[in-house]
Design a protein around this ligand. Structure first.
Ligand code: SF4
Ligand code: SF4
Length: 469
C-alpha cells in the first residue's frame, strides 16, 4: 500500500510489502505514538490556537451583514468572503473551486504536505485536541498500551468513560460548527432555541455528524489520512524531487548504528534509537524514505533533534528538506513545473477577479415577445412588446426599477407587477417599450436600459427595438 516518490537510503524496501497499520493476521495495528515535544511541536501548538480560533469564529464573522463563508448546499446558496453566489453565478463558484484546486496543486508541488501537518482540521483536531485529551487522561504511549491490556477495573472504566464522553462532546461541538458553515449561525440558533420537532432533519444531521466525528477521532484516526483522504493519495502525483518534505538525511545518517561510550564512531549520525518511529502518529519509519502515509506532522523532527542534542551531534538529521537538497546539496523551489502551475493560477485568478468586479446585483433578460410586430401609435410613438425576467443575485431584498438610458420613451408594464425581488429571487412579466417615432432612424435600433434601486445603478443591458423604415 505504501508508495514512494524518492529514493530511500538503500535499505531493504520490503517494508512496502506490508501496510503499517495492518498486522500479519490482517488485524489493525493500533498506533500508540509517544507524546511529541520540541520546538516544532510548540510552533504547531500556537498555529493550532490560530487555526481553531479562525475556524470557530468564522461563522460569526460578518461582511456586509452576511457570513464570511457559507456553503448551504441544501438551499444552493454560497457565500465566499462575503460575496453571495446565487444560481446565476454558480460558474463563479465553480471557477473559485477550480482556482482553489490549482492552488492546492501548486502549494503541494512546492511545500508538500505542509497543509496536512499544520492546518488540516483532521490533523489539528486529532493530534492537538483528541490526542492531548488522551495523553492527559491515560498517560503516554506505554501507559495507554498497558491500560488497554488491563482488565476492566473501576479506574479503567472511569478513565475510558471520561475520555469517550469528552470525545463525544467535542464531536458534538464540531458537528455544530460544520452546520454553522452550512446553514449559518442564525438558523443554527433557531434549531437550538425552537422545539426539536420543527427542525427534525437538521437535528438528525447534527446527531449523524456527531456520530461520524466521534467514529473518526475515537476509532478511525490515522486511517482517515492513510486510507480515506484523497489528497493524501494524490500528493505523490503533485510532488517532485524539489518539493519540501519532512525528510531523513540518509547521506548523513547512514549507515545507522548504536552509539557506544568511549568508542570512536564510524557509522553515520543515526544512532538507531527508533525515537522518530515511536512518536509517529501514522506508525511509519521516516528513514525508509518519503512515504504516502507521512502527514508531515514534524514529531519525528523534534524527536530526532532531542536525541542529537543528547548525543552531541548536529540537529536536523530529520528536517524540512527536499530530495535534491539531500542528494545533490542543491534545492530550488521554482521549477518549470511550479512556473506552469503558477501561470495557470494567475490566469484563473485574473478571470475570477474580473468576474467578481464586473458582477452586477441583478441580471435581466428582456426579449422581444416571439412573433410580435412593432405598433405605430397615434401619439407619434412606436411600441415593441417584450417579456422579461429579472433575477436578484444578492442575498437581500431588491426593489428594481428598469429605465431607458440615453433615449426618450417609456416602459409600460402589463398589469401592475410587484417587481420586489426576494433574496436570490426572480420576477417576470411582459412590458411595452414606447419610443418617439422621430428618434428611430433605422428599422433596428439597439436600446440601452438600466436597472436602478432608488438612485443606485445595479445593471446595464441592451435590447433590440424594431420600427418601420
Ligand atoms: S530519532 Fe534520529 S537518531 Fe534516532 S533512529 Fe530516528 S533518525 Fe536515527
Ligand atoms: S514520519 Fe515524521 S512527519 Fe511523517 S507522520 Fe511520522 S512523525 Fe510525522
Amino acid at each position: 500500500m505504501s508508495s514512494q516518490t524518492f529514493a530511500t537510503s538503500g535499505h531493504d524496501p520490503s517494508f512496502r510489502d506490508q501496510f503499517n497499520v495492518v498486522n500479519k493476521d490482517g488485524k489493525r495495528n493500533w498506533i500508540y505514538p509517544q507524546k511529541p515535544k520540541g520546538k516544532w511541536h510548540n510552533r504547531r501548538v500556537w498555529f493550532t490556537v490560530l487555526i481553531l480560533t479562525l475556524l470557530f469564529s468564522g461563522p460569526f464573522i460578518r461582511v456586509n451583514d452576511q457570513p464570511l463563508l457559507l456553503f448551504n448546499v441544501l438551499a444552493r446558496k454560497f457565500i465566499l468572503f462575503g460575496i453571495f453566489i446565487g444560481p446565476q453565478d454558480y460558474w463563479i463558484f465553480g471557477l473559485a473551486m477550480l482556482s482553489f484546486m490549482v492552488f492546492i496543486v501548486l502549494f503541494t508541488s512546492i511545500l508538500g504536505r505542509l497543509w496536512c501537518g499544520w492546518a488540516c482540521p483532521q490533523t489539528v483536531f486529532m493530534e492537538m485536541v483528541f490526542r492531548k485529551i488522551e495523553y492527559a487522561i491515560e498517560g503516554d504511549a506505554t501507559k495507554q498500551k498497558l491500560l488497554d491490556k488491563a482488565p476492566w477495573t473501576k479506574a479503567k472504566i472511569l478513565k475510558k468513560g471520561t475520555k469517550y464522553v469528552l470525545f463525544l462532546l467535542i464531536s458534538f461541538a464540531i458537528a455544530n460548527l460544520l452546520l454553522a458553515y452550512v446553514i449559518g449561525t442564525d438558523e443554527l440558533v433557531k434549531i437550538i432555541r425552537e422545539p426539536i420537532e420543527n427542525h427534525l432533519v437538521l437535528f438528525s444531521g447534527i446527531i449523524g455528524f456527531t456520530a461520524l466525528f466521534y467514529f473518526n477521532f475515537a476509532w478511525l484516526r490515522d486511517q482517515a489520512c492513510t486510507v480515506v483522504c484523497p489528497y493524501g493519495r494524490l500528493q505523490s502525483v503533485f510532488m517532485d524531487r524539489n518539493t519540501i518534505v519532512v525528510g531523513y538525511d540518509y547521506g548523513r545518517g547512514e549507515p545507522r548504528g548504536k552509539m557506544h561510550k568511549g568508542q570512536k564512531r564510524t557509522e553515520g549520525d543515526c544512532i538507531n534509537c527508533h525515537q522518530c518511529v515511536a512518536v509517529c502518529p501514522v506508525g511509519i519509519d521516516i528513514r525508509n524514505g518519503l512515504q504516502m502515509e507521512c502527514v508531515n506532522c514534524t514529531a519525528c523532527m523534534d524527536a530526532c533533534d532531542t536525541i542529537m542534542d543528547k548525543v552531541g551531534l548536529e540537529t536536523g538529521l530529520i528536517r524540512y528538506t527536499s530530495e535534491n537538497a539531500i542528494v545533490n546539496k542543491t534545492g530550488k523551489l521554482v521549477t518549470a513545473r511550479v512556473i506552469s502551475y503558477a501561470a495557470v493560477l494567475v490566469l484563473l485568478w485574473s478571470v475570477l477577479g474580473f468576474a467578481i468586479v464586473s458582477r452586477t446585483d441583478t441580471q435581466t433578460l428582456l426579449l422581444r415577445a416571439p412573433g410580435s410586430q412593432f405598433i405605430e401609435n397615434g401619439d407619434g410613438t412606436v411600441s415593441n412588446l417584450y417579456t422579461f425576467k429579472i433575477f436578484n443575485k444578492t442575498n437581500h431584498v431588491v426593489k428594481p426599477d428598469i429605465r431607458l438610458k440615453d433615449a426618450e420613451g417609456k416602459l409600460i408594464f402589463a398589469g401592475s407587477p410587484d417587481l420586489t425581488l426576494e433574496a436570490a429571487g426572480m420576477s417576470e412579466g411582459t412590458l411595452f417599450i414606447n419610443v418617439p417615432r422621430a428618434d428611430l432612424k433605422k428599422r433596428k435600433t439597439v436600446l440601452k436600459l438600466a436597472v436602478y434601486e432608488e438612485n443606485k445603478l445595479l445593471e446595464e443591458f441592451e435590447t433590440l427595438f424594431l420600427a418601420g423604415e
